[in-house]
Ligand binder design. Structure first.
Ligand code: PGA
Length: 238
């Protein structure tokens, strides 16, 4: 089962989210159900990670059984702390009841702009796992092994790792699939039961080259336009 994660980052207001979800449903559920049934629910798991204020809206839209079968809800970040006196932090506990299945943690933009350390990322992983949320841990070269060392080995099999080379993110310069293959193998050597996905300028055109060498893709820019994202999902040749 391949994982395709849409990371909208800090884009989209409420009406733009509504438009995206309307079109997503129309294009995937309203069209060829046999395709959705056979391909999507069995071979692909799509994750939508909206900005936090739209979480409840997207969560409600994903109650539609036809969408729910292959589309899950994710968040882009989570507090490293549990429920309690941590003003402004959204704890994993706060997310209970919203059907959040995945949380992206340690994205390079969080490490860079919010000064997140690998230690904080490890705390986030623990918070996710305590609340039945699968963490998608983002790592980049050259610090990949140091970033992963902070994670407790007992957690490895319950996590997803996203390899996201810094120079490929949002640049249109996606990494060479052969290089991605090498990195995925390196991560899997350390964490054999962990799903490893790739992120960085993934598009409908190049998605299959990454699916051949990894367990999925984390998609930023190409997930913002619903038509482009649906194309990417439908073109997955798995
Ligand atoms: P991008 O972003 O697809 O726009 O490169 C990927 C990411 O940052 O997760």
């Amino acid at each position: 089962m391949k994982l395709i994660v849409a990371n909208w980052k800090s884009n989209k207001n409420r009406s733009e989210v509504e438009h995206w979800m309307d079109k997503y449903e129309e294009k995937l559920v309203g069209s060829d159900m046999s395709l959705v049934d056979s391909k999507l629910s069995k071979e692909v798991e799509v994750v939508i990670a909206p900005p936090m204020p739209s979480l409840m809206f997207v969560s409600n839209r994903l109650l539609n059984p036809a969408l729910k079968s292959f589309t899950k809800l994710g968040v882009q970040d989570i507090s490293p702390y549990p429920a309690g006196k941590y003003t402004g932090g959204v704890s994993a506990y706060n997310l209970q009841g919203f059907n959040v299945k995945y949380a992206i943690v340690g994205h390079s933009e969080r490490r860079r702009y919010f000064r997140e350390t690998s230690q904080m990322v490890a705390q986030k992983v623990d918070q996710c796992l305590d609340n039945d949320i699968t963490p998608i841990i983002c790592v980049d070269t050259p610090y990949l092994l140091e970033q992963l060392k902070a994670i407790s080995p007992q957690s490895y099999s319950k996590c997803v790792v996203a390899y996201e080379p810094l120079e490929a993110i949002g640049s249109g310069q996606s990494d060479d699939p052969k290089h991605v293959k090498t990195i995925v193998e390196r991560i899997k050597k350390l964490m054999p039961k962990t799903r490893v996905i790739y992120g960085g300028s993934a598009t409908p055109k190049n998605v299959n080259s990454y699916l051949e060498v990894s367990d999925g893709v984390l998609v930023g820019e190409a997930s913002l336009d619903v038509g482009e994202f649906v194309n990417l999902v439908m073109l997955c040749n798995i």
